[in-house]
Design a binder for this molecule. Structure first.
Ligand SMILES: NC(=O)c1ccc[n+]([C@@H]2O[C@H](COP(=O)([O-])OP(=O)(O)OC[C@H]3O[C@@H](n4cnc5c(N)ncnc54)[C@H](O)[C@@H]3O)[C@@H](O)[C@H]2O)c1
Length: 364
C-alpha cells in the first residue's frame, strides 16, 4: 500500500504513507526531479535494525551514494553534527546536485534538514521518520535545528523537505518508552482534532499504547493530515500554528524541573491535564466534560515521579521559558476538542493552583 496524503491546502511537498519503504523510496528517487547523488543520513539505531534492508536500495548502480550514520542524542544535536555532515559531503565530492535522505527520528531529521538547508545554499531532501513522534510531528512543518549553549533548537532554519515518506513498520523496533512518548503527542491531537477522533483514542487507548506493532496507519494519516493543514497555512507560526503548542508550556517546564528524566510525551500529557484544569476553571468546559477528558489523560498512566513534582518550581520554569520573555504566560485552552483558543492570558496564581490540582488528580 502506498498512499499520498493530501490536505485541502497547497503545500510544498508530497507526504507518502506506505507499507514498503524500500519500494516507495526507490520510486521517489527514480523521479527525474532528483539528482543521482544520494547522501544518506541514518540514525545509528535505525541502521542497527534496518541497515541491512535499507542498503539494498544502495546497491542500485545508477546512483552515486554515501551512507552516513549519526548517533541520535540531544548532546549530538549540535552544530558539530551539521559541520561533520558538510565536511563528509565535501570530502566525498557531493555538490549542489545532491539529495539528502534522512532516516531516523526527530533528532536525525532536525540535523539532516539543517545540513540540507545550508550545504551549498540548500540541496534536495527526502525525510523518512522512524519514531512515532517524528511521524506525526517532527517531520512535518519544515523546522530544522540544533541545540546551542545548552539551549534546545537555538540554531535552525525553515526548510521544507521535498518529500516525507512514512512507514509504520519502523515502529516495531522502537523502544516502548519512545513509542509511548510519541503517543503523548497523539493524545494532544485528540484534543486538537475533534470529539469523534478523541472518542476513538479514548476507547482504544489501553491496547494502542501497549502494542507498538498495531496497525495505526489510519490514526497516523489523521494526525499527519491535521498537522500538515495547520503548518502549511501558517508556516512561520504567527497564527493558527500556535494551537500545536497545546500542553507544551507546562511540558517544557516539567521537563526542565525533572531534568529530562521523564519523556517528552509524558510531559505533554501532564501539560494537557493542566490545560483541562484551566479550561474548567475559566468555565470553557463543563465539569462533566472535564471528567470525561481527564479520564483520557489519566488512562495514559503517568509515572509516579511526575505526581511529586514541585508546583512552584514548575511555574518558575514556565516564566523562564524563552517563549515567555515579557513576563506573561499565555495558554492554549479548549472549549471542546477541535475548538481551541490561543494566547489566553492566565495569572500566576491561577497557573499555580491548576498545576497543583492537576498533579493531585493524577494521584487519585
Ligand atoms: N522539527 C520539528 O518540528 C520538531 C518537532 C518536535 C520535536 N522535534 C525534535 O525531535 C527530537 C525528538 O525526536 P524523537 O522523539 O523522534 O526522538 P529521537 O530522534 O531522539 O529518537 C529516539 C531514540 O529512538 C531511536 N530510534 C529512532 N527510530 C528508531 C527505530 N525505528 N527503531 C529503533 N530505535 C529507533 C533513536 O536512535 C533514539 O535513541 C527533539 O530533538 C525535538 O527537539 C522537532
Amino acid at each position: 500500500m502506498k498512499k499520498k496524503i493530501t490536505t485541502s491546502k497547497n503545500y510544498f511537498h508530497d507526504i507518502i504513507l506506505c507499507d514498503d519503504i524500500l519500494t516507495a523510496l526507490k520510486e521517489e528517487l527514480n523521479k527525474s526531479y532528483y539528482p543521482k547523488n544520494v547522501f544518506y543520513i541514518v540514525d545509528s539505531n535505525v541502521d542497527k535494525y534496518w541497515g541491512f534492508r535499507l542498503k539494498s536500495v544502495l546497491h542500485d548502480k545508477s546512483y552515486r551514494k554515501y551512507y552516513f550514520t549519526i548517533k541520535a542524542t540531544e548532546k549530538n544535536k549540535s552544530q558539530k553534527a551539521v559541520l561533520d555532515i558538510c565536511e563528509k559531503l565535501m570530502e566525498t565530492g557531493f555538490g549542489r546536485d545532491t539529495v539528502i535522505v534522512s532516516i531516523g527520528g526527530g533528532v536525525t531529521g532536525d540535523i539532516a534538514g539543517f545540513a540540507a538547508s545550508v550545504y551549498m545554499r540548500g540541496v534536495k531532501w527526502i525525510n523518512i521518520p522512524t519514531t512515532l513522534l517524528s511521524m506525526v510531528d517532527a517531520s512535518l512543518g519544515g523546522k530544522t535545528g540544533v541545540n546551542f549553549n545548552n539551549y534546545k533548537n537555538i540554531l535552525g532554519t525553515f526548510k521544507q523537505p521535498d518529500c516525507i515518506i512514512t512507514d509504520q513498520a519502523f515502529l516495531s523496533t522502537l523502544s516502548m518508552k519512545e513509542y509511548r512518548s510519541g503517543f503523548g503527542e497523539i493524545l494532544k491531537y485528540a484534543f486538537l482534532i475533534n470529539e469523534e477522533f478523541l472518542e476513538v483514542i479514548q476507547k482504544n487507548l489501553g491496547s494502542l499504547i501497549a502494542h507498538r506493532d498495531n496497525d495505526i496507519s489510519d490514526l497516523l494519516e489523521i494526525c499527519i493530515m491535521f498537522k500538515a493543514s495547520v503548518v502549511y497555512s501558517d508556516e512561520k507560526e504567527s497564527g493558527i500554528r500556535k494551537i500545536l503548542n497545546l500542553g507544551h508550556t507546562t511540558a517544557h517546564a516539567l521537563e526542565n524541573v525533572m531534568d529530562f528524566k521523564i519523556s517528552h510525551g509524558e510531559a505533554v500529557v501532564s501539560g494537557l491535564a493542566v490545560m483541562l484544569v484551566l479550561s474548567l476553571k475559566m468555565k470553557f468546559i463543563t465539569e462533566s466534560k472535564f471528567n470525561s477528558y481527564f479520564s483520557l489523560v489519566k488512562g495514559y498512566k503517568l509515572p509516579a515521579a511526575i505526581h511529586k513534582a514541585n508546583t512552584k518550581a514548575v511555574v518558575d520554569a514556565m516564566y523562564k521559558d524563552k517563549k515567555n520573555r515579557d513576563g506573561k504566560i499565555n495558554f492554549v485552552l479548549m472549549r471542546s476538542p477541535g475548538n481551541l483558543m490561543v494566547d489566553v492570558p492566565v495569572t500566576e496564581e491561577a497557573i499555580k493552583s491548576a498545576v497543583s490540582e492537576a498533579l493531585k488528580l493524577f494521584k487519585l
